[in-house]
Ligand binder design. Structure first.
Ligand code: RTP
Ligand code: MG
Length: 137
């Protein structure tokens, strides 16, 4: 079934010059980039985006990290793209994410409080529509 998902190249990915490599993998997989923008996240956008994590120990370091530089937001389209992009991204911890994935090939721990894992991808149809509203109004 054709779906849409919201992805972010997080500030570490943009700062390391990996936006092109990440989008290359998305396009090579066959997904369509329906919208693309580089922007500075606002605290309001991040509070909405990460509402499910409020109160967790990594919440504030995560928000501070996401405010530390520009992010690239994109809407991807394709059959089962929500699961498909999360599979391309790999598991959350970049040190142990499988080789072949974005996080596994390009990410690692840097001895910091927050896991800098390069990308975000929506985890359900409901989150995708909610997150598209947050980042693309
Ligand atoms: P995302 O939402 O960014 O696509 O990643 P995810 O589903 O794999 O991870 P999630 O559990 O939703 O956590 C959101 C982001 O918070 C940071 N995090 N750090 N213990 C930690 O240091 C920790 N746990 C989570 C990561 O940046 C993660 O992607
Ligand atoms: Mg998540």
């Amino acid at each position: 079934m054709t779906e849409r998902t919201l992805i972010l190249v997080k500030p570490d990915g943009v700062a390391r010059g990996l936006t092109g490599e990440i989008l290359r993998r998305v396009e090579a997989k066959g997904y369509r980039i329906a919208a693309l923008a580089q922007l500075e996240a606002t605290t309001e956008q991040l509070a909405a985006h990460y509402a499910e994590h409020e109160g967790k120990p990594f919440y504030q370091p995560l928000v501070d990290f996401m405010l530390s530089g520009p992010v690239v937001a994109a809407i991807l389209e394709g059959d089962r793209v929500i699961e498909g992009f999360r599979s391309l991204a790999g598991t959350t911890d970049p040190t142990t994410a499988a080789p072949g994935t974005i996080r596994g090939d390009l990410g690692r721990d840097w001895g910091e409080k927050v896991q800098k894992n390069l990308v975000h991808g929506s985890d359900s149809v409901e989150s995708a529509e909610r997150e598209i509203g947050i980042w693309f109004g």
